[in-house]
Design a protein around this ligand. Structure first.
Ligand code: 5GP
Length: 238
């Protein structure tokens, strides 16, 4: 068994055998909310998330947006480039909802934004992922990297918005994490799944908000399966 590099709430990362530049990401069946205060195991969720993330990252890679994705390993793993992760969460929003409404109360829930809003948060469970401004950011990464992350996120948003629209979903918002390869190349890492993006059909959620609002594990699985089936129709992974 390959050596485990780290483990989070929903994933484990292992060293890829014979290649120090790659990792194997194992998607767990766990779901958590409110900083781990609510926790359940949903059989099949890991496989669904591994597929969704692999398919979306493949789509981005093929459209000129670099991600760490290399290969889907059925049913619940992904081969990826090993990254030195930047401790930031970059959120891109098309529609007003979630924590944005606390900062901009003049917006109505569900209102389309004039243009996408990008926000940076410091990744820290202990501090509750605080929002950062441009001055704060310079203590974490250089200006060029900030600008590059913004541009990559906006490009990913355009590709994903169109993709999900064609599948009948509205891409409300999503969260990205970035890292650099051993060669210093900046790319998207982590995951892009129903845990990390909001997808609506006529205002109804097909994402982790179901669980955040107290929905049952069965309701969560039903919604995640719908997204998975729709993606699978368009992107077949071997
Ligand atoms: P909000 O800031 O409105 O709570 O979240 C904005 C978007 O980023 C949502 O799609 C949400 O799922 C995602 N997001 C932000 N922070 C986190 C996080 O710590 N964990 C997960 N799974 N998603 C997050």
């Amino acid at each position: 068994m390959a050596a485990k590099i780290c483990e989070g709430k929903t994933k484990k990362v292992f060293a890829a055998e014979n290649d120090g530049s790659k990792v194997i990401i194992f998607f767990k069946d766990d779901i958590t909310a409110f900083n781990g205060k609510r926790h359940d195991i949903i059989p099949e969720k890991g496989a669904i998330s591994a597929y969704i993330s692999s398919a979306i990252f493949k789509l981005l890679n093929e459209n000129g947006v670099k991600t760490h994705f290399i290969e889907y390993i059925p049913p619940n793993k992904m081969l990826a480039w090993k990254l030195n992760m930047i401790p930031l969460e970059i959120v891109c929003r098309n529609i007003a909802t979630g924590s944005l409404l606390k900062r901009l109360p003049m917006l109505k829930k569900g209102e389309r934004l004039k243009k996408p809003i990008i926000e940076f948060f410091y990744k820290s469970d202990e501090l509750g992922d605080p929002l950062l401004n441009e001055c704060h950011l310079e203590y974490i990464v250089n200006r060029e990297a900030i600008e590059e992350m913004k541009q990559i996120t906006l490009k990913a948003n355009e590709i994903l918005k169109k993709f999900f629209e064609e599948l009948g979903f509205t891409l409300v918002d999503f969260k990205l994490e970035f890292g650099t390869t051993m060669q210093g190349e900046l790319m998207i890492g982590d995951e892009l799944t129903c845990d990390t993006m909001r997808l609506w059909i006529n205002g109804e959620s097909f994402d982790k908000d179901i669980y955040r609002r107290g929905g049952s594990p069965e309701d969560v699985l039903k919604a995640y399966r719908k997204v998975y089936e729709a993606i699978k129709e368009r992107i077949e992974l071997k």
